[in-house]
Design a binder for this molecule. Structure first.
Ligand SMILES: Cc1ncc(COP(=O)(O)O)c(C=O)c1O
Length: 402
């Protein structure tokens, strides 16, 4: 049975515990794909820890709160249906993704299978891997809907010698949700490591790494999870550990047992570094617990409904949508329908003037997609479960110059 959306009373409650939704601010936040607005509990968790850290001492407080700090991996594991020892903490999604990518063995001539919606940072890493190892980057075709073709992936995998399958679950722009589980099943049966960039998926979609079948999943804290900036994490499937090696472990990721010998730490910890922002990590734990409290299936249902309502309003008002996908999420990408209509920059400044937060697409963040579809700069509006229909109406009225 599909999950129910949050009721109006629940959305009102979610807003009441979000400082950035305070009515006196008179603002509409449609930039959750950039950085969301944290709930009060996240801010309080971070603030309390920071204040105590300043008086207690960083090492002393870390020792006192060791159980709470460890518990964050448990929260993230519950979010993903993983095990706590399969979670490594990072300061952002890019660092997490790179830790996985550069741990996978690659040889000259081997192929890396990627898709049209790879994030810009990932694309740079592919180019570095070509320089470093002489691998070949092969782009799996999209279906007409824009999502990755599972059939084409099957065909490309059957030709052998693939070092890695890489997929961005939800692209930075364009609204689509790639069929990650279909790709996971293929990668698993071909025995090829599968790295999923779930940076824009975590927090807005209900995710299950068992169902998806990925070996790695990277994510950030500040976007749809509503956690602090400077947080991220990597899921590493336990069974992939004997096939990959962290490229740059430290003496936390590895035990330096003698001056000429180290042993990698068990589990995903081998990918972490010793130093991190403890307050932010605890804040991320609070954000994850907050999301789990609502139920990620209900969050997903609410986000998908709100984004569909926004798309409908934008089309009715004469705008052009650039979203794709059989399944669509909370990221809405829009431009003027008329060639002589306002530019995306003009639309965005209208929004800013009226206290509606949006963002503009950046070509380098989605280079494959921008070139393939010859996309202009667009306005990206990203909703969350805290977004109200009234906010959608206000946004569309501002865009229309009403
Ligand atoms: C699809 C995707 N992957 C990765 C990232 C990178 O995340 P971070 O900035 O936390 O490194 C982003 C950021 O926008 C993204 O949209």
């Amino acid at each position: 049975m599909s999950a129910t959306t949050l009721t109006a009373a629940e959305v009102a409650h979610a807003r009441a515990v979000t400082p950035g939704c305070a009515p006196e601010l008179d603002q509409v936040h449609l930039n959750h794909a950039g950085a969301s607005l944290p709930p009060q509990v996240v801010v309080d968790t971070q603030r309390e820890y920071l204040l105590r850290e300043a008086t207690t001492g960083g090492y002393e407080l870390a020792a006192e709160r060791a159980d709470d700090l460890d518990a964050v991996s448990g929260s993230i594991a519950r979010l993903l249906h993983a095990q706590p020892h399969e979670i490594a903490r990072f300061e952002n999604a890019t660092a997490a993704w790179n830790a996985a990518f550069w741990a996978v063995p690659m040889k000259a001539g081997q192929r890396i299978l990627v898709h049209d919606h790879e994030y810009g940072a990932n694309t740079v890493a592919f180019l570095r891997a070509v320089e470093e190892y002489g691998v070949v980057i092969e782009r799996v075709p999209s279906e007409d809907s824009g999502q990755v073709s599972v059939a084409a992936m099957a065909d490309l995998l059957s030709r052998g010698d693939v070092a890695l399958v890489s997929l961005t679950h939800v692209p930075t722009n364009g609204g689509l949700v790639n069929p990650a589980a279909g790709i996971g099943a293929l990668a698993r049966s071909a025995g090829v490591p599968f790295l999923l960039d779930a940076c824009q998926a975590v927090g807005q979609l209900d995710l299950d790494v068992e169902a998806i079948g990925c070996d790695f999943l990277s994510a950030t804290g500040r976007k749809f999870l509503r956690g602090p900036r400077g947080t991220g994490f990597l899921y590493v499937r336990e069974s992939i550990l004997d096939r990959v090696r962290p490229s740059q472990p430290d003496h936390h990721g590895a035990d330096l047992v003698a001056s000429d010998r180290y042993e990698l730490a068990p589990g995903a910890q081998r990918f972490e570094y010793w130093e991190y922002d403890h307050a932010a990590w605890l804040g991320l734990g609070a954000a994850v617990e907050h999301a789990l409290g609502w139920g990620t299936d209900r969050i997903e249902a609410t986000v998908v409904e709100r984004a569909a309502q926004l798309r409908e309003r934008l089309v009715d008002a004469g705008f052009r949508l650039y979203d794709q996908g059989v399944e669509q999420c909370g990221i809405v990408t829009v431009g003027s329908a008329q060639p002589d209509g306002p530019t995306a920059e003009e639309l965005a400044s209208r929004l800013t003037e009226h206290r509606v937060h949006s963002s503009l697409t950046v070509a380098g963040s989605a280079r494959y997609d921008v070139e393939r579809r010859d996309l202009p700069t667009l306005v990206r509006l990203s909703v969350h479960y805290t977004t109200t229909v009234g906010e959608l109406d206000r946004t569309v009225a501002v865009l229309s110059g009403v």
